[in-house]
Design a protein around this ligand. Structure first.
Ligand code: PFF
Length: 481
């Protein structure tokens, strides 16, 4: 296996690894996006489809991605090169790592803008800025926060600096320390808020909104949204989990860790949904308020409720911490790649990549004001284009390639060195999902996201499936011979 120029660090324990991976998975996707897409898509039936995607597609890819990181023992680019060399496969597999490194930086560039807004709201709440707020004032507050590129840019910069400070210190002194502090804090705040939600008088309504399944409301589009979100929320498909997997020691169980990650991520998303909808219903607000749910709807509720100052501040602190533990994981694949090439120290690599990503983020900052209607791709401004490019194309593409490599290219004996199942049935489920189910599901999402109509969708699907089967057949023949 080709060596990297610097030695690879390791997590100090299995538990720390699980917390770091949960920290990566739990973020804006759980607290900001999941509740509003569940709200937009009618609640219960959507949640069931989402859960199915998480366990049937997400979990196997997560296990495969972490295992590929551990087997390749390097940053995603080098790890995929090592894995390809070890399995007599084409070096083109390195592209999977490169796709991830680039997607991570692009996501980070807009992630810090939204997270920066949450940071601004946290300080607003601390200063009593939501007191007695009505719908108009909430709208005005949001507009004034995003209208000025200077204000939004300031929070984007501040949040980016926090991220860089942690990543620059390295795996043990930076990532681990931050995670050890943030994850317990995050869980505590979540429990306090959940306790509060049960006392609003609307908790029951919130539970039935999230779990009462009315399949007549479910659309195909909702299924696609659920599948796409499963990738985003579990941080799979872009090498983050591969980078984290490289720091996993020999004795740690990847399967067990992955089950923990998936269960915790799901529980936290559901808890966040229950909290938010309890507050929304208790204040007679609109659950399907879209992306503004967090920033335009909740402050009204915090402004009206008793103790809103405390709960509002706690809530936005929760969002900031969750986003920060995800942001560091978005930067890690790129920083570890640049650092392990040997020309730059970790601090230099972090500063360089951070500055680059911060600069790209200015495009998203401007998308909320001056460039709101400057369209890049279809009717999408810079922010919407970056979101579409990464969440709808690069992540599913990464997921597909991980599944294909793990299922077909990875030789069984090599795989067994890093990945073992104590349960036969689970292993079979894993293999079947990666071989057939996952690629098909991803291809469908992909085709729908890309295609402009049914005709193109069908063409892309058919070409994709034929190419896939051809590749699988070749690998099968090579392994048999
Ligand atoms: N999983 C994070 C969230 O739900 O907010 C976002 C994310 C982090 C996506 C890291 C991808 C990633 F590699």
């Amino acid at each position: 296996m080709a060596r990297t120029k610097v030695s690879i660090p390791a997590w100090s324990s299995q538990w720390v690894f699980i917390m770091a991976a949960v920290g990566s998975a739990v973020g804006l996707g759980n607290i900001w996006k999941f509740p509003y897409i569940a709200g937009d898509n009618g609640g219960g039936a959507f949640v069931i489809v989402y859960l199915a995607c998480i366990f049937l597609i997400g979990l196997p890819i997560l296990i495969a991605e972490i295992s590929l990181g551990r087997a390749g023992k390097a940053n995603p680019v080098q790890a995929m090169r090592n894995n390809a060399l070890n399995n007599n496969a084409s070096k083109a597999w390195t592209g999977l790592g490169i796709n991830g490194v680039i997607a991570g930086l692009l996501i980070l560039s807009f992630y810090t803008v939204i997270a920066g807004l949450a940071l601004a709201y946290f300080f607003k709440s601390l200063q009593g800025g939501f007191l007695a707020m009505d719908a108009n004032e909430a709208q005005t507050l949001f507009n004034s926060e995003v209208a000025s590129p200077w204000v939004l840019g300031f929070w984007h910069t501040l949040f980016m600096l926090f991220t860089l400070l942690i990543v620059a210190r390295g795996v043990r002194a930076g990532l681990e320390k931050a995670i050890n502090f943030m994850m317990p804090g995050l869980l505590m705040i979540l429990l306090v808020l959940l306790g509060y939600a049960t006392m609003t008088g609307s908790f029951g309504q919130s539970v039935s909104f999230m779990f009462r399944a009315d399949f007549s409301q479910l659309t195909w589009n909702a299924v696609l949204v659920a599948m796409g979100h499963a990738f985003f929320t579990l941080s799979i498909g872009l090498g983050t989990m591969m980078a984290y997997g490289a720091y996993v020691g020999r004795k740690m169980s990847i399967v067990q860790a992955s089950v923990w990650i998936v269960v915790m991520d799901t529980l936290i998303a559901i808890m966040a949904g229950l909290i938010i909808f309890s507050i929304v219903f208790a204040n007679a607000l609109e659950p399907g308020a879209g992306p503004g749910l967090l920033f335009q709807t909740l402050p009204i509720a915090f402004g009206q409720m008793a103790g809103g100052w405390v709960f509002g501040s706690l809530f936005f602190l929760l969002v900031v911490m969750a986003a920060l533990s995800s942001a560091i994981s978005l930067l890690e694949p790129a920083v570890s790649w640049l650092e392990q090439r040997g020309r730059y120290s970790r601090a230099q690599a972090t500063a360089l990549l951070g500055a680059f990503t911060w600069f790209i983020g200015l495009g998203t900052v401007l998308s909320f004001n001056y460039w709101e209607s400057v369209y890049i791709f279809g009717e999408r401004n810079v922010f919407a284009t970056l979101d579409f490019l990464t969440s709808s194309l690069m992540l599913p593409l990464g997921g597909l390639l991980i599944a294909v490599f793990a299922a077909w290219t990875w030789q069984k004996s090599k795989r067994a060195e890093v990945l073992y199942f104590s349960n036969q049935l689970f292993q079979q489920f894993f293999d079947t999902s990666l071989r057939y189910f996952t690629p098909f599901a991803v291809l469908v999402v992909f085709a729908f996201n890309l295609a402009l109509g049914w005709l193109w969708t069908s063409v892309i699907l058919i070409v994709g499936i034929v190419a896939y089967l051809g590749y699988a057949w070749r690998c099968h023949q090579a392994q048999a011979g």
